[in-house]
Design a protein around this ligand. Structure first.
Ligand SMILES: Nc1ncnc2c1ncn2[C@@H]1O[C@H](COP(=O)(O)OP(=O)(O)OP(=O)(O)O)[C@@H](O)[C@H]1O
Ligand SMILES: [Mg+2]
Length: 492
């Protein structure tokens, strides 16, 4: 890019023009020359000029006339008037009309160059300012364009979007949000969420995110009800430039239809399981009668076949019972009645029940109890929890493994752990093992029969009893499931 400053010298005297040319080109300027005003105006229309040096006394057009024509068209070009001693008054007059400065003939080189340099600097600064302003304007335009694009996207989304600030006021929302939450009419902006949609669990979640209690990268998903709609709300923190939590962002999706379908599916599974269970139980009973020889003696082969059949029926009955349990949990009917339960006793019973299976597998089974007090829970749920966790621990441990059950009172909670020295679970599998029908594919446990419903039942049962469950596992070393269940406090 040619960034030389271009000076247009307008003077009828050739010596002046040539003198200027010599001095200025020597200083790195580009010099254009015009012998009168008309030529100068022609050059201005075609060339890029940064400074004009303009003689006052010229034929064809006087310098004053040229100035009057040039200033309004090129206000950004500084015009320096060349004047003799007799025309200083006119030069001053010209400055009032917009000339930048004047110099008197004959030129003193230093003075001349100083004036030109000053004009060049002014021109450069003005150009820079203009470029900045242009860029600022463009940025603002882009920003506005981006803003209106985002607005359009958010407004057209089928999912509800809600952004809250530090005071839990909704500062951004879209029409879908108002529709999903069934909020009629207009609302002022920002509006208080608590005043317009007072859903306790959503507000508790948002407060938790706002206070920084939840992990910054964590999304919290929950199902909430709003009028006739069932909604899945996924909330996350809105982070400021310093990475601090400045608010929350929630996306809401209407899952009403999905829930209805899910309910129909559960009803169907429930019905089928029920219908299958009664005939199976009676087949099982009749086979037992045959096996025990109550209907006449059996040959060895007959006994063997019948025995295998009974085992298959038991596995089927177990599956049916699991399906019915899951359906119950999903319908929110997992807990029939919560009563004080002696966990120590439950553990003893579980160990007694599971001991033969552990022996068969070559796994040792032991337990420890410490500072026990009764927990408030549904006895059937507790039985399911222990049976599933302990049978998993035995099933997924190789011969020679150890399974330890422990229970310890921790203030308001009872901590129950089921640990094994088994095959363990890969970290990426851990989040999935509580899903229905999910089973980890592991070469060492391929022979273990199961449906993948056990842990889904355990999790559902723990949560229905107001407890919490988590799991820690190291592949090839072992797994520990930890449960916290509320104990009975004095005010209960
Ligand atoms: N203690 C454990 N050690 C290693 N893997 C385990 C353990 N407990 C569960 N798993 C893994 O988690 C998966 C899910 O367990 P879950 O109890 O839900 O199903 P399952 O045991 O396969 O079948 P079932 O419904 O008959 O219990 C298992 O298939 C197994 O891969
Ligand atoms: Mg299991």
């Amino acid at each position: 890019m040619d960034d030389k400053v271009a000076v247009l010298v307008v003077d009828d005297e050739k010596v002046v023009r040539d003198g200027c040319h010599r001095v200025l080109t020597g200083k790195g300027y580009e010099v254009l020359m015009a012998e009168n005003g008309e030529v100068a105006i022609g050059i201005l229309a075609k060339e890029n000029v940064d400074i004009i040096l303009l003689d006052l006394k010229m034929p064809v057009m006087s310098g004053e006339e040229v100035l009057e024509q040039v200033c309004p068209v090129y206000p950004e070009i500084p015009v320096i008037i060349i004047t003799g001693h007799g025309t200083i008054d006119t030069a001053v007059e010209c400055m009032k009309k917009g000339a930048y400065d004047f110099i008197t003939k004959p030129f003193q080189i230093d003075q001349f160059l100083l004036t030109i340099n000053r004009a060049a600097e002014k021109r450069r600064l003005e150009q820079k300012t203009r470029a900045y302003e242009e860029e600022k304007r463009r940025n603002l335009y882009d920003l506005n364009l981006e803003k209106s694009r985002l607005r359009t996207i958010i407004n057209c989304m089928a999912n509800g979007v809600m952004v809250t600030n530090r005071n839990l006021e909704v500062v951004l929302h879209n029409p879908a949000l108002m529709r999903l939450l069934e909020i009629p009419g207009e609302v002022e902006n920002p509006f208080s969420l608590e005043r317009i949609f007072n859903n306790e669990s959503l507000i508790t979640t948002l407060k938790k995110i706002q206070s920084g209690e939840s992990h910054k990268e964590e999304f919290i998903s929950q199902e909430i009800e709003a009028g006739s709609n069932v909604i899945r709300a996924i909330s996350a923190p809105a982070l400021g430039p310093e990475g601090d939590v400045v608010g929350t962002v929630t996306v809401l999706e209407d899952i009403t239809a999905f829930k209805q379908l899910d309910e129909m599916k559960s009803d169907f599974v429930n019905m089928v399981a029920h219908e299958l269970r009664s005939p199976l139980v009676s087949i099982r009973q009749q086979n037992s009668v045959l096996l025990e020889g109550l209907a006449g003696p059996l040959e060895k082969k007959q006994k063997e076949f019948l025995g295998r059949g009974v085992k298959k029926i038991d596995a089927l009955l177990e599956l049916i019972n699991d399906l019915l349990d899951i359906a119950k949990i999903e319908a929110g009917r997992a807990v029939e009645h919560r009563i004080p339960i002696d966990i120590g006793k439950v553990i003893e019973e579980t160990v007694a029940l599971m001991e033969p299976r552990a022996k068969e597998q070559g796994v040792s089974l032991s337990y420890t109890c410490d500072n026990l007090s009764p927990v408030q829970a549904d006895p059937k749920s507790i039985e399911e929890i222990f049976n599933n966790l302990v049978s998993n621990a035995i099933n997924y441990s190789p011969e020679g493994g150890q399974v330890i059950i422990s229970a310890k009172g921790l203030g308001e909670y009872m901590e129950i752990k089921v640990s094994d020295t088994g095959v363990g679970i890969d970290p990426e599998e851990l989040p999935k093992i509580f899903d229905k029908f999910y089973r980890v594919k592991h070469p060492k446990t391929r022979q273990v029969m199961g449906t993948g419903l056990g842990l889904a039942i355990v999790k559902g049962a723990v949560e229905a009893n107001h407890g919490k469950i988590d799991v820690e596992s190291v592949p090839d070393t072992g797994t520990t499931f930890r449960i916290l269940l509320p104990v009975i406090t004095s005010d209960e």
